[in-house]
Design a protein around this ligand. Sequence first.
Ligand SMILES: [Zn+2]
Length: 449
Amino acid sequence: MRRVFVLSLLVLFFLEAGTVTFAGKTFTTVTYASRESVTLAEFAAKTGSRHAWVAEKKKGVLVYAGHTYVFTASNRTVVIDNQAGIHLPEPIGWDGVNLYIPVAMLERIFSVKSSDLKPSEDIKIEKIILSGSNPTTIKILASGPISCEVIENSSTSVTLKLPVGSNVSQISPSGFVSSATLRNHNNQTTINLKLSRECTVSSKGITNGIQVTFTPKAVVTQPVTKRKLVIVIDPGHGGKDPGAVSKKGTKEKAMALDTSLRLKKLLEAQGHTVYMTRTTDKYVPLADRTKYANAKKADLFISIHYNANRSSSPSGFETYFLGMHRLEYAKNVALRENASLKYDIGENAYDPDAVLNDIIATLLTNRFQRESEELAGYIQDASAAKTGFKDRGLNQAGFYVLKGCSMPAVLIEGGFLTNATEEAKIRQSSCRQKIAEGIAQGVSDYVNP
Ligand SMILES: [Zn+2]
């Protein structure tokens, strides 16, 4: 009796398995919750996409066609590029092992255009809760996933910008928040908060919401007008990690260190206090570099690198800040730099996808993205002018070394060691001096705009 039952289940399974063709690929389908579905693993395998499963969050991450998709088990929302939610008629299936994407929704999920990347108009802020006296916390809860830009106008004034409308129109002040105003316009909500004391502001994503915490500052900060900063310079690579190596044997680690030492002198001449993550040809794990900057309570973090490419033709100067990559090229630069991690944890333990997940989580609450972008912009403009190198512009990507920085942070790719003409220039100390001068000018422009 028992045997017959098992057999009939098997037959049922085979009967229900089929195939579907989407975007030129054929996928094996299975039936889940009465819907013909493709598992996330199958979709990733057949399209050659990178994917990962974040077990503790029950989230699947897929990088496909230049977009990053985050699926959540038994949830109707698919978040794309960390900003948009596509709302499905039914939740993404999950059986404890696989995520099931209904075939009927493939088109809707994966044929997304950039213009569609706006949060659904269905999502509204439903509740805003201010609580606690020390620290004071504001919780913003919505009917779906939301992102929030936290802008610190000063240490007593904070603006929260959310790309969704609000069913809440008033917030009662409480704790350190002495006044709170909310503006809801065109499905954009702006919340202005005035604080009764100077506070440190921290934020994190919570389910369908965001939580921002205000903790009073123990020490009164220096007036903004002084503008003498603590800056950590991070010469890329070092020791057993050479970074990129040119055909002639020029090592990125050596060029980065020399440029950094030059930059240090120039920034000190501007009156800033400068620390370096390394001053010799020493190996420093990526995570330690960030920790060091946080421990020094740095105002800025500048990581110095030189570029490499499979092709010998690309040339030019570019500046990065931490963000979801918009270009495949930028992603590859980040992947190459993140590969230094294998020196920390061993080649086999280094998992680019796990690193990506980690960075995605960080982006949800990165408070310094706007300032980092601003700093990167000044550095890029000044450096391109100073060096005469091709201006490759600003870029954003998931650099591990910028991930945990509690300050505006940028990563500079000062030129290509794989381009023979550019490499010959970079080898000259006069060229590296110009690069350092360009970066220092950019910092000066950022400090005194
Ligand atoms: Zn590098």
